[in-house]
Design a protein around this ligand. Sequence first.
Ligand code: MN3
Length: 255
Amino acid sequence: MSQKTDRRNFLKNSVKGTVAVSIGSSAVGSLLQSCSTAKTIIASPFKTGFDQKPLPYKYDALENVIDAATMEIHYSKHAATYSKNLKEAVQAEGIDAARSVEDILANISKYSAKVRNNGGGHYNHEMFWQNMRPKLADNKPGKQLMEAIEKNFTSFANFKTQFSEAGKNRFGSGWTWLYADKNNKLQIGSTPNQDNPLMNLSDVKGFPLLGLDVWEHAYYLKYQNKRADYIDNWWNVVNWDFVWQRYAVYFNVPV
Ligand code: MN3
């Protein structure tokens, strides 16, 4: 599929979300700060189903940063298992399968550890595949997203340092996030295991814009114990266009 077609599909799919955003931000702005459901509605163009989407590139497309064997095992074994286990748990616990994963995560305190671990695992990986792309020279955000990052973190270099440190300092397994908090400020945070900022019991809460998997399974074959090297190299494959799409929908910026 060409980039133009991707763009058209994205814009088409964004329409429903744009309506929800205008309701959320103009009429009941304060609702956004107190009601996780409103945030879930805003995320609707990125609504996550229970099945894995196809990987948007080949297993070897991120070589030099993430090797093909790691990608294949990560996508077809680890992530596939989260999806499978989530579906099992949803059925076993009588959760309405028509609900989005986002909605379940926003109410995760009501459900079992199996739903939490596998719902988070499924959501996080579905986002992770999308927020990467084959390596580009001088990979960085476009103008508007760059300005937002600079406004929130002083400079792009400072943002990358803070985000990288959050990943390096995550003890054990987990994720690092760029997310929009309830005050619509961009924040960097880290979550343990397969938790994420959509979860109502997470220490860091908001709408995730960019996620980095720092579980050993994400990098061990190529980097062994050197998580810091994996993170430093990972910046080459961040899909800033995808991050911008999420930002634009969340903040209702015309694209
Ligand atoms: Mn993983």
